[in-house]
Write a protein that binds this ligand. Structure first.
Ligand code: LLP
Length: 423
């Protein structure tokens, strides 16, 4: 079975359950493909971080980009979570679940005027600003709105983190953050920005980082930067240490929240600033599975393929990053395994969930579960090949509910039209 020590997806009598609900019973009602989330796993992971960091009581801003299903967000708001948001749409979702606006940090290298206005109106805690032109724009907008807004500068600590190239953000070769020299000049010269209070420092060095060392290096660099600022008379009220905590997909041995806290807390305890964190994957990654149906087993004489009814449009991580998601049968198949590629129906050779993997050779029409699909799964899905997005379900104990309906064809052609000149 799966190596994850921490989740609520278990076999009972050879049948996969999410908490107290049989996965096959959910599929019977609503079909495939479907994402299934365990409420308990989500909440437990949030609490693990909260507990581990209790001595400094940080604001835990769930990185909504990892999973913005409204039920998931509501479950976290009920636990006291804030949000790290990156768009006007995410702000609107935060409002829908009645999030505390004073626990919201807004990052993104490309905030539009409209997004900035909405966030100022909403009264978010602060903007994580990623460039000088953006800073000037927020100041201009705040002046027009007769508001003074709080800003944290996302500094780029210029650290290479050992993770996938596409999710490594902490080096100056990437678009993120402001180099230390420019950031320092902005803090010191902040009187120039009359409608801003530049009183926060933000870092985020990348995602799926399994060991504390890169985080520690970045935090130490940021603290040295904060110390220098304070010597220059600049007051830093907030330090946002970002997200990025890695999880188990295959055989990783990531730090636990407690191990991470034990290393980080000594650096942060006793400081005057309030600490914010932005975990995404750590909270929801292992809390979701993705269910697909086997259609066919194809054998071309060279290779075997299990063809399923979900594709890269539903879960793009394997195609995009070569990510590993464990694949297990929803009903144990009794030891029949096959080495094959598990592929979707999309017209691209990259539409592959697993390469040369030994998987249970379930019968045609039976179900497979892709594990650890709760983060960057549904949120990254698309309609490529005119395919509807899948449904999402949340399970809590013995209860379950559809928390996002499957799209239908009407959704796919919404707003589309054929102009008169073609008729
Ligand atoms: N804060 C900022 C500023 C971020 O850019 C991110 C993620 C997070 C927090 C949350 O990081 P986490 O705790 O989830 O690692 N689609 C990719 C991951 C992209 C991460 C983008 N930024 C994947 O599927 O692996």
């Amino acid at each position: 079975m799966h190596p994850h020590p921490i989740h609520d997806f278990q076999y009972k009598n050879g049948e996969l359950y999410c908490e107290g609900v049989k996965v096959s019973a959910i599929v019977k009602k609503i079909g495939t493909p479907v994402y299934i989330y365990s409420y308990k796993t989500i909440v437990e992971h949030f609490r693990k971080i909260k507990e581990a960091f209790k001595p400094i009581d940080p604001v835990i801003c769930f990185a909504m980009k990892a999973n913005s299903n409204l039920a998931v967000l509501k479950a976290l708001v009920n636990e006291g979570a804030g949000f790290d948001i990156v768009s006007g749409g995410e702000l609107k979702k935060a409002r829908l679940v009645k999030a505390d606006m004073k626990k919201i940090a807004f990052a993104s290298v490309g905030k539009t005027d409209e997004e900035i206005v909405d966030a100022v109106k909403a009264g978010i805690l602060f903007f994580n600003v990623e460039s000088k032109p953006e800073l000037e724009n927020i100041d201009r907008i705040a002046r027009k709105m007769k508001k003074r807004v709080q800003v944290a500068l996302r500094i780029n600590p210029d650290i290479d983190s050992p993770t996938h190239e596409k999710i490594n953000t902490g080096s100056l070769k990437k678009k993120f953050g402001i180099d230390l020299k420019t950031a320092r000049a902005i803090f010191i010269g902040q009187k120039a920005y009359k409608n801003l209070l530049i009183n926060g420092v933000h870092i985020h060095i990348g995602s799926q980082i399994t060991h504390a060392e890169p985080f520690l290096a970045a935090i130490e660099k940021a603290l040295a930067f904060i110390d220098e600022l304070e010597m220059d008379g600049v007051k830093v009220d907030y330090f946002d240490i970002g997200g990025g905590l890695g999880i188990i997909y295959q055989n990783e041995t990531p730090q636990t929240a407690k191990e991470y806290a034990d290393k980080v807390l000594p650096l942060l305890k006793g400081r005057k600033f309030k600490v914010l964190m932005e975990p995404g994957r750590f909270i929801v990654g292992n809390a979701g599975i993705f269910i697909t149906r086997k259609l066919y087993l194809k054998d071309n004489g060279v290779k075997k393929f299990i063809i399923v009814d979900a594709g890269m449009n539903d879960l793009v991580r394997p195609s995009m990053y070569g990510s590993y998601h464990e694949i297990i049968p929803v009903k144990k198949a009794g030891g029949r395994n096959v080495v094959c590629d598990v592929v979707g129906p999309i017209c691209e050779s990259g539409d592959v969930f697993a390469h040369d993997r030994e998987v249970a050779n379930v019968k045609d029409g039976e179900l497979l579960a892709l594990l650890s699909a709760g983060a960057y799964g549904y949120v990254m899905s698309s309609n490529y090949n005119v395919r509807p997005r899948s449904a999402e379900v949340m399970v809590k104990g013995n209860k379950w509910a559809v928390v996002q309906e499957r799209e239908d064809f009407k959704d796919l052609i919404k707003g589309a039209s054929i102009p008169e000149f073609l008729k």
